[in-house]
Design a protein around this ligand. Sequence first.
Ligand code: AMP
Ligand code: ZN
Length: 468
Amino acid sequence: MSIQFYNTISREKEAFHSINAGKVRMYTCGPTVYDFAHIGNYRTFIFEDLLRRYLEYRGYDVTQVMNVTDVDDNTIKRSRERGISLTALTNEYKSAFFADLKTLNMQAAHHYPEATNYIDQMIVMIEALEQKGFAYKAADGSVYFNIEKYGHYGKLAHLNPEEMIVGNRVVEDNYEKEGARDFALWKGYKSEDGDVQWDSPWGKGRPGWHIECSVMSTELLGNHFDIHCGGVDNIFPHHENELAQSVCSTGEDFVNYWLHSEYLLVDNKKMSKSLNNFYTLRDLLNQGYPADAIRWMLITTHYRQKLNFSVARLDEAQKAVNRLREFTSKLAEYEGLGSNAATEQIATARKQFASAMDDDLNISGGLGAIFELVRWGNRAMDQTELSTSGAQALLELMSSFDHVLAVLKMDSGLMREVDDKFIESKLAERVKARADRNFAASDAIRDELAALGVELIDTAEGTKWKQK
Ligand code: AMP
Ligand code: ZN
């Protein structure tokens, strides 16, 4: 059976076929870097990590793009509140985000485009929309997308025609489905924007949030690609508008499969900045909850089900991870004289795991297959029924499952003491990474230290550091 994904646009599970055989191109809407991401945001990012890892497990070569929203209504507002430049604000939270991704053991995306590096391409896309009659400049100096011109507007979010207010406009990035109107592609300059402005054929201004993702996705993945993801709150208006802009500007299809993950809740309400009911990753680490338990808690509820955050769930999660680790340690040390090579059990577990996960990432079914194997393996070791080669084969299977789950070798992420010795050891690692020309590793060390409040200064005499 092929992989099936629930496609938001059709509201049905569909067989997954990639555009190019064996290759998947996926775009995942990334963070808006005006504050620390909360673990609700990480639920969505970890779902995307799980999706990519599972596609890789099934043999696909995946290219993932995750954008960084470094200019929008929120980032500008916050930089002004804090009295710092937009770049100073966004750099701070970009570093924190990349450090968190590592702590949560997410695979790095292949590209992390930043919106402010794609302004020229955004202008080109808006010009194309204008030329094709989908965009118009209004008296406020902004350029809007005319939703009435595009006959399929509302197809993704399944809008009722009554929900569309034709001939009316919205300049804000976020608004309700009931208020679907012409939306801003380019926002004419306002004094609240401070020094955040670019020249354009329509005068000074800045891009709308939605055009950013249409441009960064098509620039890096091509006009038509396989998968686009985000949280359910991205369906409207963000993805609806992205779809309209992309299809109307390129004249081609945009995305084949739209996948959206459900909310992480607190006391049955969406975890969000605006409700002030959120936990950041560092809040939880500082309270002593390890990153592996957090990752496990976030991946083990099906992505289309709401998940209520609770500390009790983290304790349960830790127990489950420990069980898997104890099993693999026991396998690694096992030297039994049994004759059972576990061939049948391995084949069954592999088959059951894949058939569950193929069904729209049915994680409970997948974990059911793994824990069934753990129960059997523990019994077979206790009764010295298992052969040594069987233990090795089981270990290899666990390691291939762990390509998907990515918890077995994970660090707890709990705050190490940031003493001079720790910093010096990290600096030495960075010197080595740079000597090996592994700049990704060297940047990751800089980010890790930045997240711990340590700033590095490269000088002619080598790297110096200071506590921020
Ligand atoms: P933002 O940084 O606000 O653009 O959000 C980044 C991602 O987190 C988006 O894909 C949102 O849909 C997602 N998101 C925001 N809040 C939650 C939540 N409580 N649970 C799950 N995903 C969320
Ligand atoms: Zn986006």
